[in-house]
Design a protein around this ligand. Structure first.
Ligand code: NAD
Ligand code: ZN
Length: 375
């Protein structure tokens, strides 16, 4: 009897399909002041059994604070406090994963990240590495994750990065700063409770909020722009202007910035960031400068690329009396500049989005060095 040839599913998938990215969105989101109180009820159906705990990664700024007392701990659930003084690292993810694996015989029912972009990215990465073998640096890149992650929940306590909605977990690795970009990175559940952002200091509120503003400017002025990204980017930009230049009540301002962050993240999901992010990654890699302030330090010098954006940025900065530090790159050596420039130039999609396919003709090492020297 003749055996019928078996086809692999991938043989049947038309090549054209890969032209447009089919990216995941957060499937469940709850929004509203005080909604954090619903966390226990939301997690309950996700508990596999009493020996499969929920692990809460919480920004240590909340240690001993009321928020921590409200965490709905039951059975052997555990809280791990995380310092957000430095950006998340691959070794930190690996250490957390081995600790969770050695402390519990069962895989957790879920990971809950409560904090800013730092803690949210750690929570995403830990949930991936609990089910995927090896060290986290091997997954930095695009679509390198093979197995579904553990159920994970993101609860932002500061607004701007869009980490709550994105499909990436940005990590500093041994030789690069790069995200784990995958369909398994995106949170399964997000809780947007604007009240949780109440304690953020003014300068941090500005830096992280400006991350969102810069996402909008880079997306809306990029060559990758399309109607999908534009619709989210324009809304986020409008909200940023209301928050930083309008006359809102504190409550309205918190709510609107939280939604700006979400829309800004959605905008870049289907386009890309640009010049400020490329240069800021270099600063962060060499000097450990954090993302929000790093973006601001670079963006103020980008009139050539984003003239209207820089003008607006300066207005917002003045409106809130924000003084950015000076002389960050003053004492750097030529090899330090080269290291930052190498990181910045390696982010090719960001340059292609910002300047176009021919970007290599105008974006030279010398040009980037001149910008870094101003910082
Ligand atoms: P963060 O998480 O680093 O926190 C900044 C500071 O604010 C910390 O000191 C923290 O303790 C404090 N803080 C947070 N919430 C607070 C609150 N309610 N009250 C008082 N203090 C509070 O800041 P961020 O700007 O949100 O995150 C930066 C990180 O996000 C970087 O590591 C960056 O790489 C990452 N990022 C990720 C994405 C993504 O899509 N995954 C996008 C942009 C940035
Ligand atoms: Zn950013």
């Amino acid at each position: 009897m003749q055996t019928k040839k078996k086809y692999q599913v991938k043989d049947k998938v038309p090549k054209l399909m890969s032209t447009y990215r089919n990216f995941p969105m957060v499937p469940r989101v709850v929004f509203g002041n005080g909604c954090f109180s619903q966390l226990g009820e939301i997690l309950l159906p996700k508990r596999r059994h009493s020996d499969a705990p929920f692990i809460y990664l919480i920004d240590d700024v909340f240690e001993g604070k009321e928020l921590t007392e409200r965490v709905p701990l039951i059975f052997n659930d555990k809280i791990i406090f995380i310092s957000a003084q430095e950006e998340p690292k691959t070794q930190q993810v690996d250490a957390l994963v081995s600790k969770i694996k050695s402390d519990f015989q069962e895989l957790p029912s879920g990971i809950v990240g409560i904090g800013g972009g730092t803690v949210l990215d750690l929570a995403k990465a830990v949930s991936i590495l609990l089910t995927n073998e090896g060290s986290s640096d091997t997954y930095q890149g695009w679509d390198l994750v093979n197995k579904a992650s553990v159920y994970h929940v993101g609860i932002p306590t500061i607004s701007g990065t869009g980490a709550e909605v994105s499909r990436t977990a940005v990590l500093l690795g041994p030789d690069k700063k790069l995200g784990i970009n995958s369909d398994y990175t995106t949170f399964d559940q997000v809780m947007l409770d604007p009240e949780l952002t109440q304690g953020v200091a003014l300068d941090q509120w500005f830096y992280t909020g400006m991350d969102c503003f810069i996402h909008c400017i880079e997306s809306l002025n990029g060559t990758y722009l399309n109607a999908f990204s534009q619709s989210y980017g324009e809304k986020a930009l409008e909200l940023c202007k209301e928050v930083y230049l309008g006359q809102l009540s504190e409550c309205e301002s918190r709510e609107k910035l939280m939604m700006a962050s979400w829309h800004g993240g959605m905008s870049i999901a289907y386009s890309q960031v640009g010049v400020a992010h490329a240069l800021s990654y270099g600063l962060s890699y060499l000097l450990g400068v954090k993302h929000g302030i790093g973006n601001c330090l670079v963006f103020q010098h980008l009139e050539e690329f984003y003239p209207e954006g820089v003008e607006l940025f300066n207005k917002m900065k003045a409106a809130h009396n924000i003084e950015l530090p000076h002389g960050i790159c003053k004492n750097l050596s030529d090899s330090d500049f080269d290291a930052m420039i190498t990181v910045a130039l390696s982010l090719e999609p960001l340059w292609e989005n910002a300047v176009g396919k021919e970007w290599k003709k105008t974006i030279t090492s010398e040009k980037l060095k001149n910008i870094y020297k101003k910082i």
